[in-house]
Design a protein around this ligand. Structure first.
Ligand SMILES: NC(=O)c1ccc[n+]([C@@H]2O[C@H](COP(=O)([O-])OP(=O)(O)OC[C@H]3O[C@@H](n4cnc5c(N)ncnc54)[C@H](OP(=O)(O)O)[C@@H]3O)[C@@H](O)[C@H]2O)c1
Length: 206
């Protein structure tokens, strides 16, 4: 299958892309400054341009763009809105624009996160983004044309084996006590979203 991985150069993406390739998929990675082609989830014109460059994709996976941490007592609706731009509106645009460009039966796999269901200090924005993505996917699953599918992977913290000095993440310091998911287990969830026939499914990877 022809698969676009937005964020294919990131912590999850750099493990997922080789796994997809080892299963015979033709993978194109996309990100703002890295990857095979450039796209910025906050810039809808670049999403349209990406789909014109990679035509008739069979699968689009997004593992890009975090919600920012916030401080509830000084949070404003404007800041919350700004926080939604890349991870919520950007992933939504991948689907809304992609439905006009991707192949019949194409799948979209988005990434949310555990804070949709489990509140944690300083992630009001992250929780809102992830909860909204889940609701969007439920609607999209019944509305997408041409047998297209949508799934969302909602991970807890990922156990990334890459050392920080080699570009690994130290995200865990913000979430002491949150039990991480092993990277191979998380990669398997994304592979299933591409290769199984499921739609409207939210995979709570924790
Ligand atoms: N890592 C975790 O423990 C964890 C846990 C739960 C959920 N998640 C979620 O999983 C997703 C991926 O996380 P990650 O840790 O793999 O992220 P990461 O290591 O920060 O990598 C992000 C990737 O997305 C690209 N990117 C960032 N902003 C972008 C934008 N506006 N437009 C297009 N590409 C963009 C980056 O490349 P460029 O810089 O070149 O654009 C990079 O390839 C995120 O939504 C994150 O919130 C991660």
């Amino acid at each position: 299958m022809k698969v676009i991985v937005v964020g294919g150069t990131g912590t999850i993406g750099r493990r997922l892309v080789p796994a997809l390739r080892s299963r015979g998929h033709d993978v194109v990675t996309a990100a703002r400054t890295s990857g095979d082609i450039h796209v910025d989830l906050t810039a809808p014109a670049t999403i349209e341009a990406m789909y014109r460059q990679v035509t008739a994709a069979d699968s689009v996976i997004s593992v890009a763009a975090h919600g920012a941490l916030d401080e509830f007592t000084t949070l404003t609706s404007d800041r919350l809105h700004e926080n939604l731009r890349a991870k919520f509106y950007g992933q939504v645009a991948l689907v809304l624009t992609g439905q006009h460009h991707c192949a019949d039966g194409a799948s979209f796999t988005l990434t949310s996160g555990i804070f949709a269901d489990h509140p944690w200090p300083h992630v009001t924005g992250g929780g809102v983004i992830s909860g909204a993505l889940h609701s969007f996917a439920l609607s999209a699953a019944i509305e997408l044309p041409r047998r297209m599918r949508i799934t969302v992977v909602s991970p807890t913290l990922v156990d990334d084996p890459t050392p920080v000095e080699d570009g690994g993440t130290d995200l865990g310091r913000h979430f002491p006590g949150l039990r991480p998911i092993p990277m191979p287990d998380l990669v398997d969830h994304y592979l299933r979203c591409v290769e199984d026939n499921t739609t409207g499914t939210i995979i709570r990877a924790y």
